[in-house]
Design a protein around this ligand. Structure first.
Ligand code: SF4
Ligand code: SF4
Length: 236
């Protein structure tokens, strides 16, 4: 079998790819352009951490170590009660065990953990991959800012609740009616028409009752007759 077809095929492949731009990464001379949500290392914002232990309990690798103690905070007002708060003594993550699942960051209810795209923290000694809270805090400087909100996204619930018109707003003459405050969407209520009142008739005074005259016997009795068995021949 002649080797010529194979040689020609190889030359054609070489000629086809020779003109394409290269994709060689020149790391470490050129830093890679990583996506903003890259999972490099976990950063700790210590001020937000309440030592609730939620992240340590949810970590599937058990590689988060937390130590804390309680501290009594004196009452700030006279007659008030002293309060207790947790003080973080140790917060460490063992990155030799971490599998970068992100569960700890997801479950933290106080936004104390963040992803940083930094990945250059390899060590010769594996024991040095345990990052204590000081080192975890230093990674906060490399956490990228959150992405801008999507203009077409639904309004956050907090903002919708804060801008919700007060009760009675939208009614003509109602409290909190703002000029131009439109209730034009689906489900908007029709404005109630308030009839103008003559001047000086703000509130209708109660109608005075006629004084009763005569003896108690002459006063007609409005009490309906008590229900009882019908008389013979009487129908109801
Ligand atoms: S990323 Fe996952 S494995 Fe790593 S510390 Fe957090 S919960 Fe544990
Ligand atoms: S980092 Fe978050 S989840 Fe973990 S102990 Fe601190 S507050 Fe709790």
């Amino acid at each position: 079998m002649s080797p010529l077809p194979g040689i020609l095929k190889g030359l054609a492949t070489t000629a086809r790819t020779a003109m394409r731009p290269t994709h060689t990464a020149e790391y470490p001379d050129v830093a890679p352009d990583l996506p903003p949500r890259s999972r490099g290392v976990i950063a700790l914002l210590e001020e937000n951490c309440t030592s609730c232990m939620l992240c340590a309990r949810e970590c599937p690798d058990w590689c988060i170590y937390i130590d804390s103690h309680k501290e009594t905070v004196p009452a700030t007002t006279e007659g008030g009660r002293d309060r207790q708060r947790n003080v973080l003594d140790r917060f460490a993550i063992d990155f030799s065990l971490c599998m970068y699942c992100g569960i700890c960051i997801e479950v933290c209810p106080f936004d104390a953990l963040f992803w940083s795209p930094q990945f250059e923290y390899s060590e010769v000694d594996i024991r040095d991959l345990i990052h204590e809270k000081d080192r975890l805090g230093q990674w906060m400087a490399t956490v990228p800012p959150p992405p801008a909100l999507d203009e077409r996204a639904a309004e956050p619930g907090e903002i919708a609740a804060a801008t919700k018109p007060a009760r009675g707003a939208g009614l003509v003459g109602g409290a909190g009616t703002a000029p131009g405050a439109g209730a034009t969407g689906p489900g908007a209520r029709m404005p109630r028409t308030v009839r103008p009142r003559p001047a000086g008739t703000g509130t209708r005074p109660p109608t005075p009752r006629e004084p009763l005259t005569g003896t108690p016997e002459s006063v007609p009795d409005d009490t309906p007759p008590a229900a009882g068995p019908p008389a013979d021949g009487e129908t109801r």
